[in-house]
Design a protein around this ligand. Structure first.
Ligand code: EPZ
Length: 429
């Protein structure tokens, strides 16, 4: 299994190109099941999760053609996928495929909407909490689906098609909103989704669906209104920038010091996180094509932060902020409200010398003067990258094990960081 070796202590200086968002790419690829015409997605990141979803869609009969790299392409410039779900040959998503990636469960919505039936294994995914699908099932039932659970599979049927309905989510759910939206676009009549998630990736999917001929309004608000249409067409759509990758590198620069331009991204996608960085004493300057992050000499100030649905501070940056605050000049508090078990990085950060206490959903981080390299590993994607950025600022060598988590969500991580002066290499075995 590959490992990543990091020798910490160097400041980061230079430019990091930001990739297309993983969490928009996955539902956009899934949305291709809604039409018999070709969906062309640009700025698709090269990630293990994307490759896995290609396999899952292939099992349903979807053809995916990947455009080659052109001479002069930046190492991170995304790929273009031509996705055709002309012939759906199978409406079952088996356990072997779905258990490795939670988002693949979402195929249930377009398969049901277009084919009138879907049989999808209950999902797996990162070890960050129980992550039920009750709200996704509730949403499909509100649109007229009949649901049965049998042998670990959810079987959804709508032999006469779905019909519009009112879906009120009792809590904000990204997965629930994606599923409700993808089901509603082909339902007969009007659907209203209340307390919808407002994450930018939902807006990106809704924009793409509208280009495909859907009628979605209220994008970016907590009420989405969808007028169902009989069929959708193909289109061309560029995936929006990855705000979590952006925030991760911003925190890396805040942690090591230095000056880096994060290119091809937008400050408005992660304003709450950038506001927190400013409070820590980091300089954040939005530019025409990205965000410049610098910290030169100033002490890191502690902050108190609570994760919450967009536009508040994202849970997907919680581990990275905790790494950063482990070097702050004082005590910080971070409260996690989205996932009940998302503190797996705490004991690994402690191996590097961080002082973190846990009390229920709140972590108290007492800043230390320095971290020291050590062997570490993590059990989820964002926790793994928090160890990478802590290692960049730690003295000596850190070996990060179980790198496959990083490959799920960070395109060319070592290359992007080493181009800015980090000592980081992959050791294949
Ligand atoms: C998405 O997960 C992201 N995944 C996650 O990113 C992200 O952490 C999360 O949203 C929150 O922003 C993708 O987009 C692929 P939810 P999702 O439905 O959709 C509860 C990463 O590292 N809930 O918004 O699964 C749930 O348990 C990943 O890239 C129910 O109770 O998150 C959680 O407490 C990790 N019942 C809360 O809602 C349900 O039926 C929010 O979950 C569904 C969810």
């Amino acid at each position: 299994m590959d490992r990543i070796r990091i020798v910490g202590g160097n400041r980061l200086n230079g430019t990091i190109p930001i990739s297309g968002a993983k969490n928009a790419t996955l539902p956009l690829m899934i949305a291709s099941l809604l039409t018999a015409e070709t969906l062309i997605l640009e700025n698709v990141p090269r990630l293990a999760d994307v490759i896995q979803l290609q396999r899952i869609l292939g099992n349903h009969g979807v053809d995916i053609m990947i455009e080659g790299k052109r001479p002069g392409d930046e190492p991170a410039s995304g790929r273009t996928l031509h996705i055709s779900a002309k012939n759906i040959v199978d409406t079952t998503a088996p356990y072997e495929l779905v258990s490795t990636m939670r988002a693949s469960f979402w195929v249930i919505a377009p398969l049901l909407a277009r084919m009138g039936e879907a049989k999808v294994s209950m999902p797996g995914g990162c070890a960050i909490g129980t992550r039920p699908v009750d709200l996704l099932i509730m949403a499909l039932e509100k649109l007229g689906a009949e649901i049965e659970i049998e042998g670990g599979y959810i079987i959804a049927r709508a032999p006469n098609g779905l019909r519009g309905g009112e879906i009120i989510f009792p809590k904000v759910t990204v997965s629930g909103t994606h599923v409700a939206l993808m089901a509603a676009v082909l339902a007969k009549g009007t659907t209203v989704i209340d307390n919808a998630a407002r994450e930018p990736e939902i807006g990106d999917v809704a924009d793409c669906l509208n280009k495909m001929g859907a009628k979605v309004t209220g994008i970016g608000t907590s009420q989405l209104v969808i007028e169902g249409v009989a069929k959708l067409n193909g289109t061309r759509h560029a995936v929006l920038p990855d705000r979590i990758e952006t925030g991760t590198y911003a925190m890396a620069v805040a942690m090591t010091g230095g000056d880096v331009l994060l290119q091809n991204t937008r400050a408005d996608l992660l304003q709450s996180a950038l506001d927190v960085l400013v409070k820590t004493g980091t300089t954040v300057t939005p530019t025409n094509d990205g965000i410049r992050i610098s910290r030169n000499g100033a002490a890191l100030m502690p902050v108190d932060v609570t994760t919450a649905p967009y536009p508040e501070f994202p849970t997907d940056l919680q581990a990275q902020l905790m790494a950063l605050m482990s070097l702050a000049n004082g005590t910080s508090h971070i409260t996690e409200t989205i996932f009940e078990n998302r503190f797996m990085h705490v004991q690994e950060l402690a191996r590097l010398g961080a002082r973190i206490g846990l009390d229920g959903e709140t972590a108290t981080i007492e800043g230390v003067k320095r971290l020291r390299g050590a062997p570490v590993m993590a059990t989820d994607l964002r926790a793994s990258v928090s160890l990478v950025i802590a290692a960049l600022a730690a003295e000596g060598e850190t070996m990060v094990n179980r790198v496959y988590h990083l490959d799920r969500g960070f395109e060319k991580l070592e290359e992007k960081l080493s181009r800015c002066g980090a000592v980081i290499e992959r050791i294949s075995s």
